[in-house]
Every structure is written in C-alpha cells, then in structure tokens.
Design a protein around this ligand. Structure first.
Ligand code: NCD
Length: 296
C-alpha cells in the first residue's frame, strides 16, 4: 500500500458516501467469491452487501472449513486454483497467518484478505483509518492508544503497523496491564517507521487529550490449552471521565456481552463512542475497494 493509493481510496469512499447511487450496479456481470473459514458478522456481511450494491454476483461459503472441500483435506492452493476459474475476485478469511499469501501466490484473480490468523486484517485497517480521518480530519500527528488483546488481536496489530508506516508524527500507546502487550517485532516495526511508542498499565496513565482509544476483544478462541488470555481492562463511563471531549472510542467489534464486556454498554450513549460509525464505514470502504479492484 502506498499513501497516495490510500488517499485516493478514501476520496472515492467520500464520494460514494455522498452519493450512494454512483456505484449502484456498476459491476454487473462480475462475480466475486467470499470464502470464510472463520466466523464473521461485519466483514462478511459488509463485503457481501458491497458486492450486491455493485450489482456483481456473490458466490459464498460462510463456514468453509465444514462446507468446502477443505473438509475433505483439500489445500488452500487447490481450492483457490479451482475458484479462480469461476470468479473475478476472491475475498477470503482463514485461520492461518500465511493463508492470504498462499492464496495470492497461486490465484489468477485478486485475493482480498478478510483476516488471516492472528496477524493480518488489512481491510479492517482501511476502514479504521478511514474512520480516524473522518473523526480527526487527518491522521498525521494522531495520538492513538491500543487496548484489549494485543497479543492475538489481528486488527490492532494491522492498524498499528499500517498507521505507523503510512503517516507522520504518530504517537502510540499500548495498554498492557500484565506484561502481555504488542509483540516485540510489532513494537520494533512501529518505532522503525518513526512513530513514538510507549506502554502504559492503565487508561488513567494516558494523556487526557488522546485522540483515539482502539479497544479490542480478548481473542479467547486463539489460545490453546494452558495459554493464558491477556487480562483486558474494560472501558466504562468512569474511565471516560478521564478523557476530553475529542477522545474517540473505536472497536473493530464484536465485543463481549455483559459483565465481562471490554466496553460497557453504558458507553454507547457517550458521543465519543464511534464503533458503530466505524462498522458502518466497513460497507462504504469495501464497496469502493471492490469496485476499484474489479475496475482494474
Ligand atoms: C475482528 C476480527 O475478525 O479479527 N472482527 C472484525 O473483522 N471486525 C475482531 C475480533 O474478532 O475480535
């Protein structure tokens, strides 16, 4: 990704948001596959809604581990080399970190990574950056804190690296209450790209004029027996009193429901809570992205 490309994508997304009809049925006759080996609500529905809006046909497997030939022992490579004969682009989510690379290596059509393992979720990072730009006017100079599960959470990892490599004057914090934060490699990468980075143990150690808190869910399903899931500090109305009027809360969602929730429901009424605006942006950014890819 180049910054120029990113800015063009965001401009196109602004135009689409202002005039939804502009992309309506623009890709009629094209076919896009969505193949998801892991659960998904926002990512899959927004991609499939985007494909529908563009007038393209969607062929889909939502539990591909059970319903595709993966169940019969087929490799990603063989599945992709079959599907690429039927469709114009493939959107794929898979539990292995290298799955998107493996697919892209053999595919005759574009592969769009809708989340691979615990490391990459590039289209989520796109809609997250688009949302930050919407909220702050620009991303250069932003002060962003990442909370929740920074060990296995692919959204925070991808976004932190993307912002650090693409924008200038970035300040980043990792909220790490018990020595389980971003991986050393991620921190080194962020710093090498020129972002300033520090770890804190609690929300109250963050500056009051912070721009964004990017909260995430404990990725319970990614820890095998015996591995401890990092403790996630919850955001509630009391935590929010520490911050100013323009400290926005983002979350890729889903969040955990109820008492164990990493963002208590009461925060939803706070005007600084932006996670549903963020998920709405998923449709806008993905429609624009698919359109751009099919246009090529
Ligand atoms: C995230 C994911 O799948 O990584 N969800 C999403 O795409 N919005 C976050 C998560 O599952 O915690």
């Amino acid at each position: 990704m180049e910054r120029e490309w990113l800015e063009e994508l965001f401009n196109r997304t602004d135009n689409f948001a202002a005039n939804k009809k502009s992309l309506l049925n623009k890709q009629q006759g094209k076919i896009v596959a969505t193949i998801f080996y892991e659960p998904s609500t926002r990512t899959r529905f927004s991609f499939e809604a985007a494909i529908g809006h563009l007038g393209a046909t969607n062929v889909s497997s939502e539990a591909a581990g059970a319903f595709s030939s993966a169940k019969k022992g087929e490799s990603i490579e063989d599945t992709i080399q079959t599907m690429d004969g039927y469709v114009d682009a493939i959107v794929m989510r898979h539990g292995d970190d290298d799955s998107a690379h493996r697919a892209a290596k053999v595919s005759a059509v574009p592969i769009i990574n809708a989340g691979s393992g615990s490391t990459h979720h590039p289209t989520q990072a796109l809609l997250d950056m688009y949302t930050i730009q919407q909220l702050l006017g620009q991303i250069d100079g932003a002060k962003i804190a990442f909370g929740g599960d920074l060990v296995m959470g692919r959204t925070a990892n991808t976004l932190a690296k993307a912002i650090a490599s693409m924008y200038k004057g970035i300040t980043m914090y990792g909220i790490n209450p018990e020595g389980k934060g971003f991986d050393e490699d991620v921190i080194n990468y962020i710093k090498k790209q020129g972002a300033w980075f520090r770890e804190v143990e609690d929300f109250r150690q963050l500056p009051k004029d912070l721009d964004i808190i990017y909260q995430t869910r404990p990725q319970e399903e990614r820890y095998t027996d015996g591995q401890a899931v990092p403790r996630v500090l919850a955001i509630n109305n009391d935590v929010m009193t520490h911050f100013g009027d323009s400290t926005y809360i983002m979350h890729p969602l889903p969040r955990v429901e109820g008492e164990r929730s990493e963002i208590h429901k009461e925060v939803d009424c706070d005007p600084r809570a932006k996670y549903f605006q963020q998920s709405n942006n998923g449709f806008l950014v993905r429609t624009t992205l698919i359109d751009q890819i099919l246009e090529r």
